[in-house]
Design a protein around this ligand. Sequence first.
Ligand code: SAM
Length: 495
Amino acid sequence: MRIDVLTIFPAYLDALDLSLVGKARRDGLLDLRVHDLRDWTTDRHRTVDDTPFGGGAGMVMRPDVWGKALDDVLGTAPAAEVAPAAGTARAAGAAPAATAPPRRVLLVPTPSGERFTQALAEDLAAADQLVLACGRYEGIDARVAEHYRHTGVEVHEISLGDYVLNGGEVAALVVVEAVARLLPGVIGNPASLVEESHGAAGLLEYPVYTKPPVWAGLAVPEVLTSGDHGKVARWRRDQALARTAERRPDMVARLDPAALDRADRAVLGRHGWFVPAPAADAAPAPVRVRVRRGTAADAAALAELAAATFPLACPPHMAEADVQAFIAAHLTAAHFAAYLADDARYLVLVADAGRAGPVGYTLTVLPLTAGEEPDAADVAAVVTARPAAELSKVYVRPAFQGSGVAGALLDATVAEAAGRAVDDRQLAALWLGTNKANRRAQRSYSRHGFVVAGLRRFRVGESLEEDVVMVRDLRPATGPGAAPGTAVGETTPSR
Ligand code: SAM
């Protein structure tokens, strides 16, 4: 690869004689040439800048000086020794080349450019020639990039980040480092490129450690010294996912769900990211879902969600009219407004997907006094811990069922309930009734620490339903704890 850097401070680029890039140059893997832009000036003062049209502070770099320099190094000058770039106006009349024309790329660093990324570095590593035009002052006359774009040169105006440097030389150093290390033979062990941050996996790299095993009182994570390669790989993947979720949520939102296994999804779920089922019109991407307490503003959206999800949880033999009557009697916006207004009696938690609105909710009915009997008389016999609250609803939109959202809602509900006190007594248990036939739901609840306590009967319209009553002890140091990322079915409606 050939790289040309044009600058008014050639000495700034001396660092490119050092380290791996310097070695790559000496080994002939990289033909790197640094040019002094002032060599293309014609006046006595070697002027490269002038005052801005329209007025204002600072100076702007002249397009005529840049044009002469770039024509020479890009080979776009009429009498250039380098062949013109393919597709340019000037090359249009040239005889077709027998082989593919060289790919020449003009890179113009500027804070107003597209962000320079690893993906762009990988793309540029396949080019034949990169030309870096380092601006100074207020930058380069805008016609320079426009002109070369119009003449068919591949031009990228690139930014290192959202800050302003004095000149483009640092950006040139960055681009050369990032691209050169991807060229064959530059990095001694190419395997070290595979799991790096911003690579094909779209993740940040996991934390890395070396000897000594304990330093400043900090020990290396035990798994890394276990010799178990499978466990090390899983730990590293978990760390990469967790780090990315914590530091770069924008990257999580771009992950390809096809590349996320069950364990990956569990890690993301612990950080509030869930993968919905694919929609007809859109490929799924991880979505950030925050579990929070409901507010009065949620009433209408929760009623809509309840009306959409409640029928899906009803046993097939239940009459549609009964289902609708139940919704009208218990799940309208007015009902939710009442639940949300009475936080001594009701705990409403919402799984909030931001602009997509609520994708799930739980409704817990709290006892008002420590001795209050739970809702159904026959439940009193099986739920012995007091005070106890009823987890009345756990509903999740179909697209998010199996995504882990229900598990996150359940965990949050258990945590909230465990922090509640009635008559100065900590809530001792959370109970729920779930349809006896729904084994999947029962398995899911048991993964979240609920154990079967007995049975109860209840009526929805004409149907007499049988529920399994499950109880989650909320007192400290009991229950196996939640297994995050697991799917949870629906509780059967009881009010
Ligand atoms: N007036 C310009 C603006 O506000 O966008 C800033 C010009 S800056 C002082 C001078 C030169 O530094 C730019 O032409 C560019 O070469 C370089 N530069 C500054 N910040 C940069 C960044 N974030 N990324 C890439 N190059 C940058």
